[in-house]
Design a protein around this ligand. Structure first.
Ligand SMILES: [Cu+2]
Length: 510
């Protein structure tokens, strides 16, 4: 079933209103529920899960330094919307089927409020996971202005909870950003890009078995999920009417597995001004933007003098990445911009020539180097799965950085996939990527480089919390751990990998 393109208008999630606002803190309540929503006008309404009755959830906007408290409330039904595999870690039959815990991706928060995968809770907080500590999360928002997102992070069912709709934007603002005179108000729009597949009746399709089924299981996790339909802000192939002027878009890949290489079919440039962790030093004009799951790009698109034009945002990344099938005319199409609105005011916003300093972390400031492999392995059902440092989720903690210390992590990818590796709590900088001899490494456990050190791409030269670790390469990242101590996680953000052991705890120690 192929749906028509550009028949529905792009929805823009509303900004969430606080439950209470005090001079020194703000308090929100966010309910998770099941409901029906129209994802395309040719499709029956789809049962989804969402925050505050909508998918994607409302956008949470905070000021840098604002103390924010959020009570995340699970009002979901007891039965999951999607097929649960009870054999993956944390999802066994000894726990309730529907569990939630919320993580603000990219935020620096105390460990009790980070949404630890085993800190889950059920409806009414009736049952809670072993690491659950409290109902109301606290966010100090000590970051600079940046594009973050909140989403579910429950052990063993993250892929299903996010696919069901549990995701939304979380924007941090600050004075530095305001002084830049970027496009704002109705000219600043978040774009959450996802792929899904649908059954004929309009319900969400998520596979019950991999291509090579596991006969002894009714439901088995799949190694990847590749949808045949692209949605932006919860609408299939939407259009957006724009004025002939500059717009700022917060691009987010919130897909389970799919990567996007985004372009405009007009051939015009996208002006990237920010990465995962906020504004870059200088804007860069780029023809295409690569986004792995969970990566963000803050871009300005200039529609000036394009009155009457229709511009399509396209995607040409293969799925899975990088060796999977090429995008087709459906998955190669993301959304359409229609320059049909009259200019309501003179556009005085700018693409700044300089956004502000972003000091590089020096390699010699690192006190610890960690060599961490990305492996594939086989589980007891004969399913291929991916591991970090060849260890499963339950293995003893091995990454234990000291508070305030700087570390360099060598991500040594021995698999054939690109894995978007996400580290909680901190932002990092990418040092370089370098080709190496994988077979020799497997035999001798020594890195033999086969190519020169490749600096990060221009679009990655900013603060990052998710990095593409490509096959046959060592990807090096550098970061300073703090300001909190305690238990966090790092993981692959391909959700099917994350749920199937490609996640590890780490602890920041005093
Ligand atoms: Cu992965």
């Amino acid at each position: 079933m192929i749906l028509s393109k550009f028949v529905d208008e792009l929805p823009i999630p509303p900004v969430l209103k606080p439950y209470r606002k005090h001079p020194y803190h703000t308090y929100y309540k966010v309910h998770m529920t099941e409901f029906k929503q129209s994802l395309h006008s040719e499709l029956n309404d789809t049962t989804v899960w969402g925050y505050e009755g909508r998918y994607p959830g409302p956008t949470i906007e905070v000021e840098s330094g604002e103390k924010v408290f959020v009570k995340w409330i699970n009002n979901l039904p007891a039965k999951h919307l999607l097929p649960v595999d009870y054999t993956v870690h944390g999802a066994h039959l000894d726990v309730p089927e529907v569990r939630t815990v919320v993580h603000v991706h990219g935020a620096s928060v105390e460990p009790e409020s980070d949404g630890y995968p085993e800190a889950w809770f059920t409806k009414g907080f009736k049952k809670v996971g072993p690491y659950y500590t409290k109902k109301v999360y606290r966010y100090d928002n000590c970051m600079r202005s940046c594009t973050l997102w909140y989403h579910d992070h429950t052990l063993g069912i993250t892929r299903l909870n996010i696919y069901a709709g549990l995701a939304g934007f979380y924007l941090v603002r600050d004075q530095q950003e305001r002084l830049l005179n970027l496009p704002c108000g109705s000219y600043e729009i978040p774009l959450m890009i996802q792929d899904k597949s649908f059954n004929k009746d309009g319900s969400l399709y998520y596979p019950r078995q991999p291509e090579k089924p596991v006969p002894e299981l009714k439901t088995s996790i799949v190694p990847e999920f590749i949808g045949d339909t692209i949605l932006v802000n919860g609408k299939v192939w939407p259009y957006l009417k724009v004025e002939p002027r500059k717009y700022r878009f917060r691009l987010l890949n919130a897909s389970n597995t799919r990567f996007y290489r985004l372009k405009l079919d007009s051939g015009q440039l996208l002006y990237q001004i920010g990465t995962d962790g906020g504004l870059m030093e200088y804007p860069i004009g780029v023809k295409e933007i690569m986004l792995a799951p969970a990566e963000r790009a803050d871009v300005i698109i200039d529609f000036t003098n394009l009155e009457g034009k229709n511009i399509i945002m396209t995607n040409d990344a293969p799925a899975s990445f990088p060796t999977g099938d090429p995008a087709d005319k459906n998955t190669g199409t993301v959304m359409q911009f229609r320059v049909t609105l009259p200019l309501s005011n003179i556009d005085t916003s700018v693409i700044p020539s300089y956004m502000g300093p972003l000091p590089k972390i020096k390699e010699k400031s690192a006190s610890k180097i960690r060599y961490l492999t990305l492996n594939d392995n086989m589980d007891k059902y004969g399913r291929e799965f991916m591991l970090l440092d060849n260890k499963q989720w339950d293995a003893p903690i091995t990454e234990n950085p000291k508070l305030g210390s700087t570390e360099i992590w060598y991500l040594i990818n021995l698999t054939t996939d690109t894995h978007p590796i996400h580290v909680h709590l901190i932002d990092f900088q990418i040092l370089d990527r370098r080709a190496f001899d994988v077979e020799r490494f497997k035999k001798e456990r020594v890195i033999h480089y086969t190519g020169p050190s490749i600096p990060p791409e221009p679009q990655e030269r900013g603060l990052k919390d998710t990095v593409r670790a490509n096959p046959n390469q060592v990807t090096r990242i550098i970061m300073k751990f703090g300001p909190y101590t305690g238990l966090y996680v790092w993981h692959c953000h391909i959700l099917e990998h994350e749920d199937h052991e490609m996640m590890r705890p780490f602890v920041v120690i005093r």
